[in-house]
Design a protein around this ligand. Structure first.
Ligand SMILES: Nc1nc2c(ncn2[C@@H]2O[C@H](COP(=O)(O)OP(=O)(O)O)[C@@H](O)[C@H]2O)c(=O)[nH]1
Ligand SMILES: Nc1ncnc2c1ncn2[C@@H]1O[C@H](COP(=O)(O)OP(=O)(O)O)[C@@H](O)[C@H]1O
Length: 219
């Protein structure tokens, strides 16, 4: 596979699965959007979910909104790479688009929870790079959930009480980013991606490239 748009143009590289997780409201959707807008060679994995659509969300862009029967059929037919129950709803990653993107030399970005991250890691440890996003404070987290203004007070209370449990999984992640200032947090997440893309083990074209350099030098 060749991942275009970064590193040395002709060098083959294995695509990676870049995972962002966080307690609800810490900023992973915002960071994911910025990454997709600004970084070449990165494709968003759009999840399927049984939760109801929020104002402003679009089917096929933010999620595939499906009913429970369709979701169950997807799990039974092996259509999902991983799936989990979060806030009493089902969420899962459709397998085919991820496999197609990786085969096409793209990296894939996932906004999934710790349960999904564990499942991806079990399937493809070497190809998963995981980042956990933390809010700067509990007060900021609550403020962000309210300013997003897309959930009822009751749902927000539920998300806050889940946040502590979600955060207990931070140590299972490769990197931790604290989202205080969004530009700074974006810079950090982007740096992680850039460095991971340069990892020797992923750059499958290196042996041939170095051999060619050596040949030129020995001439
Ligand atoms: N395991 C898994 N988790 C997902 C998937 N899609 C979304 N999630 C997680 O489900 C949780 C709830 O997502 P959502 O209802 O959009 O609320 P958000 O936390 O405000 O983004 C978040 O932690 C997401 O990362 C998926 O395909 N698989
Ligand atoms: N660094 C930040 N400073 C202030 N507000 C932020 C920051 N990052 C995200 N937000 C806002 O917080 C709310 C929740 O962010 P979002 O990306 O939807 O979180 P998540 O996907 O983790 O639930 C949104 O209204 C977003 O605009």
């Amino acid at each position: 596979m060749t991942a275009p748009g970064h590193g040395f143009a002709s060098l083959e590289r294995r695509g990676l699965m870049f995972v962002l997780s966080s307690p609800s409201g810490a900023g992973k959707t915002t960071l994911s959007r910025l990454l997709i807008e600004r970084v070449a060679g990165l494709k968003m994995s759009v999840s399927a979910t049984t939760r109801t659509k929020r104002p402003g969300e679009e089917d096929g862009r933010d999620y595939y909104f499906v009913d429970h029967a369709r979701f169950q059929a997807m799990t039974e037919n092996g259509e999902l790479l991983e799936w989990a129950n979060v806030f009493d709803n089902c969420y899962g990653t459709p397998r085919a688009p991820v496999e197609a993107a990786l085969a096409d030399g793209q990296d894939v970005l996932f906004d999934i929870d710790w349960q999904g991250t564990q499942q991806l890691r079990e399937k493809a440890r070497d190809d998963v790079v995981s980042v956990f996003i933390l809010p700067p404070s509990a007060a900021d987290l609550e403020k962000r959930l309210h300013t997003r203004a897309q959930d009822s007070d009751e749902v927000i209370r539920g998300r806050m009480s889940r946040a502590s449990h979600e955060m207990s999984h931070f140590a299972e992640y490769d990197y931790i980013v604290i989202n205080h200032d969004i530009d700074e947090a974006f810079g950090e997440v982007h740096s992680i991606l850039k460095a991971e893309r340069l990892k020797r083990e992923r750059r499958t074209g290196l042996t041939a490239f170095v051999r060619d350099l050596q040949k030129q030098l020995e001439r």
